[in-house]
Design a protein around this ligand. Structure first.
Ligand SMILES: C[S@@+](CC[C@H](N)C(=O)[O-])C[C@H]1O[C@@H](n2cnc3c(N)ncnc32)[C@H](O)[C@@H]1O
Length: 363
């Protein structure tokens, strides 16, 4: 397919149902396992792979209409760019099924990497140790040394080709491997094998590696291997403007949750906060409403409120040709107001200004 046509569909090449049938026959799922398809399209592949099984399915998809369909088929489907909008959930999935767009990033300039490599490298970290990675990609992608290097790192790697006519268009391969330590010798042997396949005439590859029909007779265990004790967060930074209604949808609550660590129990800043950091936290309003008791200087209870005020200044300048140009400069000033509750006094500390004090009067 022409490059432009492929890009217009964002690389939508659904896995053929026959290939999913072969995969499904080979997989033995433990109940409760978590499965992710980072480029899930309309969710059909993952649905077919798991229908009727007691497992949890997750998908990410960039194209909005497809993600709507996927959300009806999977337990959770996120709208977003899987390479950027979804924060890494380390070691959280027991199986990843990856069929990424077949293309180069950034329009394919000299330095750009293959997207298959970018997706594999990123989503390997989502996979738990001993978790299973299954990936479909075109044979031509194996010309990328970076991709060969990533694939060769999986333990017990196996490679299959799409069967019969399904192989004809994109010459897709399917790899199955476990995320586990792989000896140097095994890595080198796997890398050599991948390079050998990459250098073969495409038509000979299915006979050498076998097709997914052979895969169907295998057995791969998909066990609960993920890090259970870690909090699980599966969210996208991308918000759908049509569905954002902060009052009802809870989107604001979700967005704010990104700003906080999932648990404070084990949270320790990398280094202690300096005064400047604390100042930013306070003026940005993170401490609004906090009632502090000043024991050091005995000023009693203090209620703090941070603020940022914007102001603008317009200057008119005459040009040589007689025209007048107005330039408007907008500036922002951060500040802090402290209400000394016991003294009925408000102190305002504004950036670049002296402290100002006012006395409160009862209403
Ligand atoms: C090859 S299809 C795979 C669909 C499905 N997983 C399957 O196997 O049938 C790739 C999908 O990835 C989506 N996609 C492309 N770039 C993406 C990105 N950066 N983040 C998430 N999805 C993306 C495309 O819209 C397309 O639906």
């Amino acid at each position: 397919m022409a490059r432009l046509a492929s890009q217009s569909k964002l690389g939508y090449y659904p896995t053929p149902s026959e290939v999913i049938t072969h995969l499904r026959r080979s997989l033995r799922f433990e109940a409760g396992t978590r499965i992710l398809d980072p480029c899930c399209g309309s969710g059909e592949a993952l649905e077919q792979l798991t229908t009727g099984l007691p497992v949890n399915t997750y998908g990410i998809e960039l194209e909005q209409n497809r993600v709507l369909d996927a959300s009806k088929r999977l337990h959770s489907a996120l709208w977003g760019d899987a390479l950027r909008d979804v924060p890494v959930a380390y070691n959280q999935f027991d199986l990843i099924y990856l069929n990424p767009p077949y293309d180069f990033e950034n329009g394919g300039d000299e330095k750009s990497q293959r997207l298959e490599f970018r997706f594999l490298r990123r989503f390997k970290s989502f996979l738990a140790r001993k978790g299973l990675m299954i990936m479909a990609f075109p044979l031509s992608a194996l010309k990328s040394e970076a991709l060969v290097d990533q694939i060769a790192r999986f333990k017990d790697l196996e490679i299959f080709a799409f069967p019969g006519e399904l192989y004809e268009v994109f010459k897709q391969l399917v790899i199955v491997g476990r995320k586990d330590s792989c000896t140097k010798a095994a890595y080198e042997e796997q890398a050599r094998y991948l390079e050998k396949i990459a250098g073969m005439p495409a038509a000979e590859v299915p006979a050498v590696v076998g097709t997914t029909e052979r895969l169907a007779s295998k057995e791969y265990k998909v066990a609960l291997v993920r890090a259970e004790q870690q909090p699980f967060r599966f969210e996208s930074y991308r918000l759908d403007p049509d569905t954002v209604d902060t009052a009802k949808s809870g989107v604001l609550t979700k967005a704010l949750a990104f700003l906080e660590p999932p648990t404070m129990q084990k949270f320790r800043p990398l280094s202690s906060l300096r005064q400047g950091h604390l100042g930013m936290v306070v003026v940005s309003g993170q401490c609004n409403g906090l009632l502090i008791t000043d024991t050091d200087e005995h000023r009693g209870r203090m209620l703090v409120q941070g603020y940022v005020r914007s102001s603008s200044k317009t200057v008119e300048e005459k040009e040589d040709d007689g025209t007048t140009i107005s330039r408007t400069t907008r500036s922002y000033k951060a500040g802090l107001r402290v209400l000394y509750v016991d003294q009925a006094k408000i102190v305002t500390i504004a950036q670049g200004e002296d402290e100002q004090e006012e006395t409160c009067h009862a209403a």
